[in-house]
Design a protein around this ligand. Structure first.
Ligand code: NDP
Ligand code: 8X3
Length: 257
């Protein structure tokens, strides 16, 4: 019997990295999953595999979290039994570019702000009232160490993750009387598709980010998301900040080869 048998977990950005690892770990605990991302084929293959492996139910759909109309329509039209969302994992997010601010691409900034801040808000705006009506629920936002420490060339990405931190705190205060838990998981360097996306497909440059030390992997983070999700009702994990042992700060990484 899994720890989350018959619970409903909504994970945004489930086709890769941390979101995908969360999907497996929550399914392993018997939860039913709502999964979304933009790459529908990947999502379908993943949903089929998880259903086969764990025998749980999955409701999945293509969704760009930046599209506020689609977000509203999709969540409004969830079948009633799927509206009883117990846990929302706001994971969809990205970094794009790595430039000093005077040289930054405005399109990159907009993509990050639209996804990491506005997308998270659009999703949360639709899911929170469903939780509030039931006086229960848990929002788990994937923040970052970049939401605590600004590093050179990180400017706008860091700003979006500072915003995630502020939103977690704000939601926790606003939802206190509804008994809704809010957690931020703030990782350092995790080897996923993140750096390939940041450097728009430059695999070599992406590889350099994780070279010479043991980075975190997506499963390290999903285990912490699961930990936060499975505490007793009276325990709210406010935040978990986690880095590779070799990462002392955003700019200090012990690289040995
Ligand atoms: P990946 O690039 O591996 O995965 C990102 C996921 O988000 C993909 O499934 C992608 O799916 C989805 N996604 C991106 N944009 C959208 C969108 N507009 N609408 C819906 N889904 C979207 O990266 P990670 O797993 O590393 O990143 C997950 C989260 O973790 C992000 O919020 C990131 O900022 C955060 N993080 C990552 C760290 C790292 O070092 N990797 C460290 C700290 C935080 P698709 O492309 O199919 O839409
Ligand atoms: C992702 C980690 O250090 O690249 O949030 O900003 S970092």
């Amino acid at each position: 019997m899994g720890m989350l048998e018959n619970k409903i977990i909504f994970i945004t950005g489930a086709t890769a990295g941390i979101g995908k690892a969360c999907a497996f770990d929550f399914a392993h605990e018997g939860a039913n999953l709502i999964l979304c991302a933009r790459r529908i084929q990947k999502l379908e293959i993943l949903a089929d595999q998880i259903k086969k492996d764990f025998g749980i139910k999955i409701y999945h759909f293509q969704l760009d979290v930046r599209d506020k109309f689609a977000v509203k329509e999709t969540i409004d039209s969830l079948p009633d039994e799927w509206k009883e969302i117990d846990i929302l994992v706001n994971n969809a997010g990205l970094a794009r570019g790595f430039s000093k601010l005077d040289n930054g691409e405005i399109e990159d900034w907009e993509e990050m702000i639209d996804t990491n801040v506005k997308g998270l808000l659009y999703i949360t705006r639709q899911v929170l009232p469903l939780m509030a009506a039931r006086n229960q629920g848990h929002i788990i936002n994937i923040g970052s160490v970049a939401g605590h420490e600004v590093y050179p060339n990180g400017n706008v990405y860091c700003a979006t993750k500072f915003a995630v931190d502020a939103l977690s705190k704000g939601i926790r205060l606003d939802m206190l009387d509804k008994k809704i838990k809010v957690t931020t998981i703030a990782p350092g360097l995790v080897e996923t598709e993140f750096s390939e996306v940041r450097f728009t497909g430059d695999k070599e440059r992406a590889k350099q980010v994780y070279k010479g030390f043991k980075p975190l992997v997506a499963a390290d983070i999903s285990k912490l998301v699961l930990f936060a999700a499975t505490r007793p009702q009276h325990v709210n994990i406010n935040e978990i900040v986690v880095t590779p042992t070799a990462q002392g700060s955003s700019t200090q990484v012990l690289r040995e080869s």
